[in-house]
Ligand binder design. Structure first.
Ligand code: FE2
Length: 204
């Protein structure tokens, strides 16, 4: 679906000099672009049909990445145990890296002429990542939950990177292969190492 231009009806000229410095509050108007549409004519040399397809799968990956990002903050706050300090720091580092990915995917969608999903309630509707309970869980459970989300995103992300390349969208291919896949793989390595049973003082 392509976006149709919407005419503006708000063209007022100030009647008094103070009108110019008075904020115009409580404004509302209809959306300027519907979710799921792309701008028809965009001078980036990629067909609207291709951009529409890419934006659709990028929005799914964006919703999942936002969930993973939030799972990291939840774990950063709620983790407990003898490894609290290193885990607390590592989880926040991964949160920051996932936040960077969120921004990169969202801005890629916008530069392709699409609309990126943004609000938590929309993300909750779209995401495929399994929902976590509101309460606290043991550290190994939280780590397992994070690893499951990583694997899901990695499997989808790799396939979508190939799809983007086949569609001629090398920019999206680069973002997914170079940033999304590699960041997630690195985080899986760091995280899964915490689930290895290792003697602390006496070798077995
Ligand atoms: Fe913090």
């Amino acid at each position: 679906m392509s976006a149709t231009p919407i005419q503006s009806t708000r063209m007022k000229t100030p009647s008094k000099i103070t009108d110019m410095i008075t904020p115009h509050l409580k404004q509302s108007a209809r959306e300027i672009q519907r979710f799921g549409t792309v701008i028809e004519d965009l001078p980036i040399g990629l067909d609207a049909k291709v951009r529409e397809k890419v934006c659709a799968f990028l929005n799914m990956l964006l919703a999942d990445t936002m969930c993973l990002r939030d799972l990291y903050k939840k774990a950063h706050w709620q983790v407990a145990g003898p490894t609290f300090y290193p885990l607390h720091l590592l989880l926040d580092k991964h949160f920051a890296e996932q936040s960077e990915l969120v921004d990169q995917i969202a801005e890629r969608i916008q530069m392709l002429g699409g609309v990126s999903v943004a609000m938590a309630h929309d993300v909750a509707d779209m995401a495929r990542v399994k929902r976590a309970p509101r309460g606290r869980e043991e550290a190994p459970v939280m780590i397992s939950r994070l690893l499951e989300a990583h694997e899901m995103i990695l499997m989808d992300g790799r396939g979508r990177a190939e799809e983007a390349a086949e569609l001629g969208d090398v920019g999206t291919n680069d973002l997914l292969a170079g940033n999304l896949v590699r960041t997630n793989e690195m985080q899986v390595w760091f995280l899964s190492s915490h689930l290895v049973e290792m003697p602390l003082t006496d070798a077995q």
